[in-house]
Design a protein around this ligand. Sequence first.
Ligand SMILES: Nc1ncnc2c1ncn2[C@@H]1O[C@H](COP(=O)(O)OP(=O)(O)OP(=O)(O)O)[C@@H](O)[C@H]1O
Ligand SMILES: CC(=O)N[C@H]1[C@@H]2OC[C@@H](O2)[C@@H](O)[C@@H]1O[C@H](C)C(=O)O
Length: 403
Amino acid sequence: MNPQLQRLYQLAQKPERRIIGLMSGTSLDGLDVALCRVTGDGPQTRVIIEHFTTVSYDDAFKDSIRAVFAKKQVDFEHLTVLNEQIGRRHGQWVADCLRVWNVPADSVDLVASHGQTVYHAPQKQHQRPGYPNATLQIGDGDHIAVETGIITLSDFRQRHIAHGGEGAPLAVYGDYFVFSQAGENRILLNMGGIANFTYLPGSLDASVVFTTDTGPGNTLLDAYARQFTGKPYDENGQLAASGQVNNALLSALLDHPFFVQPFPKTTGPEVFNSDYVRDTRQRSQTADLGPEDLMATLTQFSAKSIAQAIQQALGNVPAADRTAMHVYMSGGGAHNPVLTKAIEALLPGCTFAKTDDLGIAGDAKEAVLFAVLANECVAGLGTSFGNRQGVPSVSMGKISFTK
Ligand SMILES: Nc1ncnc2c1ncn2[C@@H]1O[C@H](COP(=O)(O)OP(=O)(O)OP(=O)(O)O)[C@@H](O)[C@H]1O
Ligand SMILES: CC(=O)N[C@H]1[C@@H]2OC[C@@H](O2)[C@@H](O)[C@@H]1O[C@H](C)C(=O)O
């Protein structure tokens, strides 16, 4: 037997696994690295984060990704070399982190890598007859395995699609396994570049667990903060706080087919980008809006589309479960008080906290998710989510050996 297969077989039987989860999201801010101790599987999964850091991307690396990111037409050679480059860099950064943390590579069982999404194309969006849902993450896992010397799982989204999903949101699996609480109805709301949420019933019934993207989180805020201030984001929502929401632009922004599509649904910066804002400003005759008012309006747009999606989705939840909904926020948007306060004001029936209050730092949550998915892939017994659309009952991830 290939000794690496033997190693995989052995680590699958361990009572506890040390897994590094990696996430590089749509904000292109950097690589989130979470070293986790994972025990159990499925709803018995327990995670302790031993170390967490974000390795920031330098401007040249960001620009190199932006050259292909969410673009219909790209330089194909650049995309090809970037696939290898991202894999290699991510692997090197993991090796650097392990050195800084003083953790020997051979004490780590697995790396679980999301890679970099470069294009997300659900069928509802691309509308090409005969073509399925599609999504593309690059940063090949073989490089990570070779650079770190650790067996690596990657490319998690494809099996979701092969089983009829849109390849996202995958957060639902980690949310259900790690954050479900008997007797408490929870919404786990993540606000990255794009926002999504998971509904976790206090009954713990996997067959009613629900997930969807809601639309933009920070992606538009970042694009305009970059343009207006030269900084990567609107820190603490300062610029937005100094402006007024323009209702004409807000309603025009909310008038997009994505918001009337049935749940569950996914989207990305392919749809919600500065071209969309520019066209909508022209359509609503708000092209002359100043930076502060535009930021205030875009922040309210994210808040409103998130709150609206939660309200609409909860309409399908049994009335008895709709009460006392506890929302736990995570992702970079949870640091933006203008955004979080707007959401709280729009959902007066809910209580609000952060996933940090449940023991998982909101900035680390998505990296932890991939550690949980890798744990499930090698050691999971399989959890049935019934026939819920968007939550196929499958394991995910592809395996890269180190040699
Ligand atoms: N103090 C802050 N004030 C305002 N916004 C902040 C702050 N800190 C972080 N953010 C926002 O959070 C973003 C990063 O969020 P995060 O890392 O969750 O996104 P991501 O993982 O790339 O996205 P996705 O979940 O869509 O893949 C930043 O680009 C910024 O918009
Ligand atoms: C295709 C893709 O990368 N989608 C991301 C993105 O960022 C947030 C939202 O859109 C979510 O659907 C997804 O990531 C998280 C980790 C998810 O799958 O749950």
